[in-house]
Design a binder for this molecule. Structure first.
Ligand code: GDP
Ligand code: MG
Length: 679
């Protein structure tokens, strides 16, 4: 995980190459990276979707972790995109992975998007290893990058290596545990590593950093402290096994260094994954909720217990249909078995199970606790769903995705293109939870919404070129939200005769505003109301549909709490249809009376610019109604943090480029919704 361009894909390609998974090095710059297999990725030279791959690594020396067979360890890798617009891919990867490799550009240190992914890793408590890449670049500074990690990420970085040389004279690394120099033979692709004693000119520096390492580690380890106080030699195995505990408990962030593009630094990083990141059975047990017993439970990683897995990604395949990526937390699922979708209360069949190697696959007999794989045959499953067994209805913690804030309209050329487009949009929004599509009944257009201009641009290009739909595309627009400002109680009465039968319902609803960011909430008042389960479900459906379709302007509703206070139900006339319609109409009417408000997305902006352009950059932001929050000087330039309404930020990238001669770097992500000001 890292900011865009830190070298995630380049490093992943090397990992696959050195572990023998791929037989030649695919370069991002040539559009040939194995992990970036989608046409849009190769053309743009960026990662858009997270590709999952499995590889195996033989750890040569002895280490703290003995769970690998013959010292061979299975590693599942997910390469993630760095651009903010594809943050959902990062979110779901961090939700299911047991460890992360955080990359840093040796020139730029901690960049804006790195802070974001770091927060995501914090949220899911994922143990991390740090890697300072690009030591060969002009301006590379390992120690200042480490300092940046400490201050900006609030982490406890501890170098396990220091670089030998830098920029064009970057030659290799010093391993502070073994106290050896490692250099990579430049004649091949860096397969051959040469070890030598630390050269005299670097001994003092290396000694100093080794002492820091031991000192920090002793703060978390009694055995290290004891040996240290007794003045004894501390064996490398002990350092590694004690470090392993400190990394898994997230007390220490071990730091490695290299230049992946120059084939330097990668093998020790793979060793580090084995040495310091947890095996599935060493992580904290997964958290779940038993929905029958209504209690929170912990789920240990036991392949012999009941099956339980999380669908974290869905990818559509022309021939096979939905490929459901599943992380198994307990038990196992066999090929051909019936699986239970716990949230949807539906049975489905796992027709085929595959292990994925980016866009290729290999059939498997079963998927067991700790593993990641693809199940084919589940049509109903959606991202975030739990699958398991009917006799053990447990829901795993799902993942949170940010809300789409910009949209474009698409107007198909004719009716048959319209049908085709609708099908494709359904597929794409199933793959990508941050992308939504809806009809605008008045104009006949389809409105698609996403995270940012790049996100929509990629989707629109795929629709027009990959799926070959003929459609006119509008300009990007802001996706607003609607909410309310006061509390209202409202009674809705519904009655309609259809096919000679009466459908009747009455509902009293209370709607109230919630604090910003709290989300929507829906509940039944405790006690007295007695209606069948199916009627309750119908009411929920009606309210959900209305929340999606807005109050006054048709934008989705947020931060509204709905309570059903009373229901008038008779067995004779109380149909599901009546209650669904009654709930929907009642909700709309209540909200119209409750002081509806229009909310607009406010974006957090981060710009790093060379000093000479900072003045221009700042006036560019303020011209657009932006508010400058902070300014900070760093090696790569000055960093400006600001905030501005999305409505003012279209095309900002282009103006920034011309104001800074293309040298300022810019990221923008959704911050929060605010009541729209008249401008
Ligand atoms: P990602 O966005 O994190 O996946 O980054 P990529 O792997 O796509 O790399 C972004 C760019 O940085 C590409 O042009 C790479 O060739 C380049 N790059 C990656 N690693 C290094 C490195 O060690 N040194 C230098 N100089 N460039 C690198
Ligand atoms: Mg990439």
């Amino acid at each position: 995980m890292a900011h865009i361009d830190a070298g995630k894909t380049t490093t992943t390609e090397r990992i696959l190459y050195y572990t023998g998974k791929s037989h030649r090095l695919g370069e991002v710059d040539d559009g040939e990276a194995t992990m970036d297999w989608m046409v849009q990725e190769q053309e743009r030279g960026i990662t858009i979707q997270s590709a999952a791959t499995t590889t195996y690594w033989k750890r040569e020396t002895k280490n703290g972790n003995q769970t690998g067979k013959n010292n061979t360890f299975q590693i599942n890798i997910i390469d993630t995109p760095g651009h903010v617009d594809f943050t959902a891919e990062v979110e779901r990867s961090l939700r299911v992975l047991d460890g992360a490799l955080a990359l840093f550009d040796a020139v730029r240190g901690v960049e804006a998007q790195t802070e974001t992914v770091w927060r995501q890793a914090d949220h899911y408590k994922v143990p991390c290893i740090g890697y300072v890449n690009k030591m060969d670049r002009l301006g590379a500074d390992f120690f200042s990058a480490v300092e940046d990690i400490k201050t900006k990420l609030n982490a406890n970085p501890v170098p396990l290596q220091i670089p030998v040389g830098k920029e064009s004279s970057f030659e290799g690394v010093i391993d502070l545990i073994e106290m050896k120099e490692i250099r990579w033979d430049a004649s091949g692709e860096g397969e051959v590593m040469n070890y030598s004693p630390v050269s005299p000119s670097l001994t003092d520096e290396a000694q100093k950093w080794r002492e820091k390492l031991i000192d920090t580690l002793s703060g978390f380890s009694d055995p290290i402290t004891e040996k240290f106080l007794a003045g004894e030699e501390i064996p490398p195995e002990l350092i590694r096994s004690e470090l392993r505990k400190a990394v898994i408990s997230r007390n220490i962030l071990p730091i490695f260094v290299g230049a992946s593009r120059r084939n330097m630094g990668v093998q020790p990083l793979i060793d580090a994954v084995v040495d310091f990141l947890p095996a599935p059975n060493e992580t904290m047990p997964a958290a779940g909720r038993h929905i029958k017993k209504e209690e929170d439970i912990e789920i240990p990683c036991d392949p012999n217990a009941n099956p339980l897995g999380l669908v974290f990604k869905i990818q559509n395949d022309r021939e096979a249909g939905s490929l459901c990526y599943v992380r198994m937390y307990s038990g196992s699922i066999k090929n051909g078995a019936v699986v239970f979708n716990v949230g949807k209360k539906k049975r489905e069949r796992a027709n085929r199970i595959l292990r994925m190697h980016s866009n290729k696959s290999e059939p498997m007999d079963s998927l067991s606790a700790g593993d990641i794989g693809v199940i084919i045959g589940m049509k109903l499953a959606q991202t975030g769903d739990t699958i398991g067994a009917e006799n053990w209805p447990v829901l795993l913690e799902t993942m949170q995705f940010p809300e789409p804030v910009i949209s474009v309209s698409m107007e198909p050329k004719n009716l048959s293109e319209q049908e085709k487009l609708k099908e494709i949009l359904a597929i794409l929004s199933k793959e990508d939870p941050t992308f939504t599509a809806r009809d605008n009944e008045e104009t006949g257009q389809l409105i698609i919404s996403g995270m940012g201009e790049l996100h929509l641009d990629v989707l629109v290009t795929r629709i027009l070129t990959e799926f070959k739909v003929g459609a006119k595309v509008g300009n990007p627009q802001v996706t607003y939200r609607e909410s309310i400002s006061s509390v209202i109680e409202h009674k809705e009465i519904f009655s309609k005769v259809m096919g000679g039968k009466e459908n009747a319902a009455s509902l009293t609803l209370r709607v109230e505003p919630q604090s910003r960011g709290k989300g929507n909430q829906y509940q039944w008042a405790a006690g007295k109301i007695s209606v069948p389960e199916a009627i309750r479900d119908a009411v929920e459906r009606g309210i959900n549909a209305s929340m999606q379709s807005g109050i006054v302007l048709g934008y989705p509703c947020i931060d509204i709490k709905v309570t059903v206070i009373d229901a008038g139900y008779s067995e004779l006339t109380g149909t599901e249809f009546a209650f669904e319609a009654c709930a929907s109409m009642g909700y709309d009417e209540a909200c119209r009376k409750a002081g509806p408000e229009l909310l607009e997305p406010i974006m957090a902006i981060d710009i790093v610019s060379p000093k000479e352009f900072v003045g221009d950059v700042i006036s560019l932001v303020t011209q657009r109604g932006g508010q400058i929050l902070s300014m900070d000087s760093k090696t790569g330039g000055d960093e400006v943090k600001a905030r501005s309404p999305m409505a003012k930020m279209f095309g900002f990238m282009t103006s920034l480029r011309s104001a800074s001669q293309g040298r300022a770097v810019f990221t923008m992500e959704f911050s929060h919704f605010e009541k729209k000001m008249e401008r």
